[in-house]
Design a protein around this ligand. Structure first.
Ligand code: HEM
Length: 380
């Protein structure tokens, strides 16, 4: 993110050295009240089931988040309010986007912080002018915080749109070429049929005609599957359990490839509303990639757990992982790390998952050291 955007935001709300000075001065006076502010903040979340649902880790996670919010408040009052500050706040914003925190909670939650801080600040001094300056400085920085948070939602939306457009262009091109190829293939096929009579009993001639027919059939099959995948088929959704999806995908891989995927499904997961066939294809595609990456003797794990207010299914392998150079473009069509791949798999998997209102991402820190792909889905 460009530094100038943060500078521009600061200029717009009028946040400069004077406001910084006020915040630094009031910091030691406010610090003893941070715990109370954080407690009120989480009380409010606990009163709203839709907000609370985003915190999948329960009471333990709330306790951890309380400590991080105290740290957030400390940084709020001490800065420095430079580019690194912006980047760190944007990272937190992206966290909220990733866990599916609805955008409106940014406003309501920030307002709780605003109300609490303003009330305490008013009680710290008898001088209304000083109180007013402090409140003003806090308000301006809270507006900046909100602007940064909202910007991360916009970033995410723009990325999704860009991906969709790229995939749509790619789909159009693919289907045009595929349709155009059908005609010459049809001509070849009928010419082969006619030539059979001319060749008569010549074994060598017949063998070559058979070869041509085989290859034409193969080309037709490729065209059919290309058209199948670029066609926008809306998901036909039904209630499914993450456990069933995981078991079925693992069974598919075992049957086709003789590879035993380790399945770990957390208890008490909610059902998801998905097109079972499409989601099966996504999981099988990710598992196939994982098996390719880990090799015959490697390990592949498919887990399902609660995350955000939904379910996260993670395909993780012990292969070499994804190189940094490829990471940024991994989900673009035609990007592949395999010698024989066309590079449609991940782009299409993401398209299917997003059509379900979910996300597909490459994540870090899983049990096995290789790549980990996380499919996040909303609860039914
Ligand atoms: C608008 C004011 C908010 C602020 C200032 C704020 C602050 C933060 C901070 C500092 C973190 C990062 C913790 C870390 O580094 O590990 C975080 C993460 C998180 N926040 Fe917020 N938050 C806000 C609103 C909310 C709301 C309304 C909810 C939901 C009810 C929420 C749920 C979460 C969750 C679940 C995470 C953890 C994400 C993860 O571990 O992947 N936040 N927030």
């Amino acid at each position: 993110m460009s530094g100038s955007l943060f500078d521009e935001m600061k200029r717009y709300v009028g946040f400069g050295p004077t406001e910084e000075q006020h915040l630094r001065e009031v910091a030691p006076l406010l610090r003893p009240h941070f715990t109370a502010v954080v407690t009120t903040f989480y009380h409010r979340i606990e009163e709203h089931p839709d907000a609370l649902a985003v915190i999948a880790g329960g009471a333990e996670q709330v306790e951890r988040l309380k400590r991080t919010l105290e740290r957030w408040l400390d940084e709020f009052f001490t800065g420095p309010w430079v580019e690194a500050y912006y980047e760190n706040r944007a990272r937190i914003g992206r966290m909220h986007v990733r866990i599916g925190l609805p955008q409106h909670y940014n406003f309501t939650a920030m307002n709780v912080i605003r109300g609490e801080l303003n009330e305490i600040v008013a009680q710290l001094t008898d001088d209304p002018a000083i109180a007013c300056q402090r409140v003003e400085a806090i308000d301006r920085l809270l507006d900046l915080e909100l602007a940064i948070m909202l910007h991360t939602y916009k970033e995410d939306y723009a990325q999704q749109l860009q991906r969709r457009e790229r995939l749509a262009t790619f789909g159009e091109m693919t289907s045009t070429i595929a349709h155009e190829l059908r005609n010459p293939l049809g001509v070849i096929d009928s010419s082969v049929y006619l030539l059979r009579g001319a060749v008569g009993e010549d074994a060598r001639g017949l063998r070559h005609l058979e070869k041509i027919r085989g290859q034409v059939a193969r080309a037709n099959r490729i065209i059919t599957s290309l058209l199948d995948i670029v066609r926008d088929r809306p998901p036909s959704r039904m209630h499914s359990t993450p456990g069933d999806l995981a078991e079925r995908a693992a069974a598919d891989v075992l049957e086709r490839r003789g590879f035993a995927v380790e399945v770990a499904v957390a208890e008490g997961l909610p059902q998801v509303l998905v097109d079972p066939e499409q989601m099966h294809q996504v999981l099988v595609n990710l598992l196939d990639n994982a098996v390719d990456a880990s090799g015959d003797r490697g390990r592949v794990r498919l887990s399902a757990r609660a995350a955000g207010h939904g379910v996260e299914m993670v395909v993780n392998d012990d292969g070499p992982g994804v190189e940094d150079a490829v990471r940024a473009r991994l989900f673009e069509p035609l990007v592949t790390t395999k010698d024989t791949g066309v590079g449609l798999g991940l782009a299409l998997c993401r398209k299917v998952v997003e059509a379900h209102g979910g996300t597909l991402r490459l994540i870090d820190g899983e049990a096995l050291p290789g790549a980990a792909f996380a499919v996040w889905l909303k609860p039914a």
